[in-house]
Design a protein around this ligand. Structure first.
Ligand code: EPZ
Length: 420
């Protein structure tokens, strides 16, 4: 077990390179199961969730591994079924994509219910609704194992009751070979939905409309291996943008798609941050005292729920009051108790936080309660007086590549220390 020890008080300066999008990579990697052939996936972040997925694919009989630091290969030719017998699926949320991919390729799949961040109740009823519409039977056993199977998959119209990233992708995976046309209405529009659809199309699928709320999938007979490059991580980039604002810094964020950053760029500008956009990079710089703003998280193109926690830290460091409303996750303010230990003045319910600033945070020992909460606590440590110890950092390693090195390169005083 390791922890991060952070000495606060440094303004971030310099350049940070952003890696491939975690939430796209963890959809594209299982999507390779759909094709009997070799896929090469480039710009993949070297994070724990990706390593676990490679283990899962090998467990299912695929050949899979890293080619270099950022590229990996998967050859699922010899995979015979998608029944994951062990508990690896409990290690992350995205393991639910095994169900869609297995259903698509083999007409059946089985795994334990997915794990992932504890951010409230995270049902998968919309995934199931989609699978059933295509003709599958879904059974969940009392010990939490899900079985999906179909005699035959036939295209259908699915209206999602909730805008769900996971359900949208899972239905696309299940429908690529389904006979006829599948239409997903009220689909999620996140950049990683588009990226996954682009990957599937590169393998030979026929998917149109990804990035809008109606996605049309014409079933195809065959898919073939391909080489594909994952898009930059919108949430990793947003984390460094917010860290720059919180530390009154001046940084260049490189290897990004500025368009994907708009919901964050707009809020930071409203607060008074300077932002200059270039082709695939941006400069984020502090000019003058920032003003507090209200934030509501929403599905894309709204402000992302995955940046709610870092944003709350930033707002608590500003003079004045602000409100953060969580419009996506069911219960994503648990980490606020840790921030309060550092001196933050925040009242919260499951859905809303009322922040009274300015809080001069002080360093202490805090626990990362989930991935983005961990990133938020690092930012809190960067602006706190004294030393902050962030524990349970295995949550952070699930989704951020070399986070301490990237912060160190920006001048932060942060080190990874092995716990005794
Ligand atoms: C994805 O989770 C991401 N995870 C999450 O990122 C992210 O917070 C979330 O999308 C929202 O953007 C991955 O991509 C692996 P949803 P997912 O289905 O697919 C409700 C991170 O920090 N819902 O879009 O689980 C659900 O309860 C992680 O990187 C249903 O009610 O999210 C939630 O309130 C954390 N029924 C809302 O919809 C369903 O069947 C959005 O969930 C599915 C979802």
């Amino acid at each position: 077990m390791s922890k991060f020890v952070i000495e606060g008080g440094t303004r971030l300066k310099g350049k940070v390179n952003i890696g491939g999008f975690k939430n796209a990579a963890v959809a594209i990697i299982p999507a390779t199961l759909l094709c009997p052939g070799k896929c090469i996936i480039e710009n993949v972040p070297k994070i724990q969730d990706v390593k676990v997925f490679l283990e899962i694919l090998r467990e299912l009989g695929a050949e899979a591994g890293y080619i270099n630091d950022t590229s990996l290969y998967v050859d699922a030719t010899n995979v015979k079924n998608c029944f994951l017998e062990n508990g690896l699926s409990k290690k992350m949320r995205a393991s639910y994509y095994l169900l869609g991919a297995g259903l698509g390729r083999f007409n059946s799949a089985s795994s334990l219910m997915p794990g992932g961040c504890d951010i409230g109740d995270r049902p998968i009823d919309q995934h199931i609704k989609g699978f059933e519409a295509l003709g599958a039977k879904v059974e969940i056993t009392p010990n939490g194992r899900i079985h999906v199977r179909a005699e035959k998959l036939t295209g259908a119209k699915v209206y999602l009751d909730v805008v769900s990233v996971g359900a949208t992708i899972n239905i696309m995976l299940a429908a690529v070979y389904a006979e006829g046309k599948t239409i997903i209405e009220n689909a999620a529009k996140e950049p990683h939905i588009v990226d996954t659809a682009n990957f599937l199309n590169s393998m030979g699928a026929d998917i149109k409309g990804a990035g809008t709320d109606v996605i049309r999938i014409n079933g195809v007979k065959n898919l073939k291996g391909c080489t594909y490059k994952v898009i930059p991580d919108q949430i990793e980039a947003g984390t460094y943008m917010i860290a720059a604002a919180a530390t009154k810094g001046d940084i260049i964020i490189d290897d990004i798609i500025p368009k994907h950053m708009e919901p964050i760029t707009a809020k930071l500008k409203e607060m008074g941050m300077g932002i200059e956009e270039y082709g695939d990079s941006m400069r984020v710089y502090y000019e003058d005292e920032l003003v507090p703003v209200n934030v509501q998280t929403l599905p894309y193109p709204g402000f992302p729920t995955d940046l709610q926690q870092p944003m709350t830290v930033l707002l608590s460091s500003l003079k004045g009051e602000s409100t953060v409303v969580e419009g996506v996750s069911e219960d994503r303010f648990k980490y606020v108790d840790e921030l309060k230990k550092m001196g933050a003045c925040i009242e919260f319910t499951k859905k809303q936080a009322k922040i009274k600033g300015r809080n001069n945070l002080r360093g202490t020992v805090v626990q990362a309660t989930d991935l983005r909460a961990g990133a938020a606590l690092i930012i809190a440590g960067l602006i706190a007086n004294g030393l902050t110890e962030v524990r349970n950092i295995e949550h952070i390693d699930r989704g951020y590549e070399h986070i301490e090195n990237k912060f160190m390169n920006l001048g932060a005083k942060i080190k990874r220390v092995r716990d005794e």
